[in-house]
Design a protein around this ligand. Sequence first.
Ligand SMILES: Cc1cc2nc3c(=O)[nH]c(=O)nc-3n(C[C@H](O)[C@H](O)[C@H](O)COP(=O)(O)O)c2cc1C
Length: 207
Amino acid sequence: MNDISTCLGKITLKSPILNASGTFGTEYFNFLEQEVQGAYVTKTITLKPKEGNPSPRLYETEAGLLNAIGLQNPGLKSFLNEDLFELRDCLRIPLIVSFSGATEDEFIRVMEGLELHSGIYGYEINISCPNVEREGIAFGTDPDVVFKLVEKLAKLTERELIVKLSPNVTDIALIAQAAEAGGATSISLINTLYGMAIDWETGKSRL
Ligand SMILES: Cc1cc2nc3c(=O)[nH]c(=O)nc-3n(C[C@H](O)[C@H](O)[C@H](O)COP(=O)(O)O)c2cc1C
């Protein structure tokens, strides 16, 4: 096989292909050789478990797939006690854990929990979520907020620190620069684009 190895910040990858967080469970490796991917990115986890939004959560339009999952996940404790063991057993490629928080403190507490465990090569920081300390405006829309958050997280880890950007901003370059200045070792583009589909008969949103 041709050598397609590459680097993602601090990690050497045998392949430049990574899955998008939340769209790809390890069960897909029953149909696809793991080594096709350079690393495996988990679905985003948060400090506390989240049930996510009621269904329907997906709607396929002619222009693409809309999703409103609501960050369903088992929470940090269950991830550390169960999922992490399973992932370490099953994966032959580097593991990247995606996480998020509703406050700066939540991001920090999740990272502190993950830092106590081995077998994690890096983190993908999902900043597309509402910041409850700033009236629910997503973390990823304000360069100052991004800089301060990433700076605090970067001090806690030697691992690869990927910041996943939200496309729902006016100037994404400013956010990327803020993430870099804060200590991100790479960035991931992009999280879900806002969109809406309306059922013209009921006048209601499909999701
Ligand atoms: C069903 C579904 C679940 C997703 N869950 C997450 C998630 O947990 N964390 C995250 O950062 N992005 C999540 N995403 C966003 C994707 O990782 C990706 O960034 C997004 O779909 C944009 O890529 P695309 O244009 O190729 O679809 C999810 C997307 C979908 C469709």
